[in-house]
Design a protein around this ligand. Sequence first.
Ligand SMILES: [Zn+2]
Length: 257
Amino acid sequence: MHNLSATELLTIWEHTLNQSPVHRALGLLTVAFPEYTPEQLARLSIGQRDTLLLNLRERLFGSRLDSTIACPQCQQQIELAFSTSDIRVEPTPSGVNDSAATAMSLTLEGYKVNFRLPNSIDLVSIETCTPADHAHEQLLHQCIQSVTRLTEDNDQEETSNDVRQLPASLIDAIAERMAEADPQANTQLALTCPDCSHVWNATFDIVTYLMDEIHRLAKHILQEIHNLARAYGWREADILEMTSIRRRAYLELLGLG
Ligand SMILES: [Zn+2]
């Protein structure tokens, strides 16, 4: 992993500002993990991608995560504080490998299905898909590599991988196997409301969380540049070359720290 400079952070923020979350996550990882090709990063399973994003988040902002959420029963706003280790699935994947593409298989209801885990390329391809259940169907369709019908006399015949023609129980079992194989892709927080004692699970999305933090940091850096440039007449590039410690020290001298 590579330590992102203030210039790189601003560049990523600017270039990905109007992009979808999937593209923003890939743009960020491409700069932060130059040891991997963009193609390798795009083919990571969603859980592997989120593991890298968690590692990057720790490097940029530390391990403590703060958030607020409304209780679905009494609507009270609840403050949450947890750690990256609370939501990290162990063992940590060792890094980028081909396991996301590794064929998994399942035999059920007279079918044998070979499939792989969804990756960022799959998520991009369903971004414009509506309604949501069509998107889910298309995602599964893309990940199913082959379907074999097992006949009564033990013959096998290749059949369509159209998910609409497969039994619902088989589709559910594939989705369940995918979730088991890639647990980091679906981070759940077990919550209890301190006011009404309602107990529920909430999804934590590292992409949205980290992108919000980077957005706030980019705005903060721009404010620092603005204040220093206005006071001293320095160029943006020269201010960005400074460490954050030095920028803060000058801002303190200006009474703006
Ligand atoms: Zn409540």
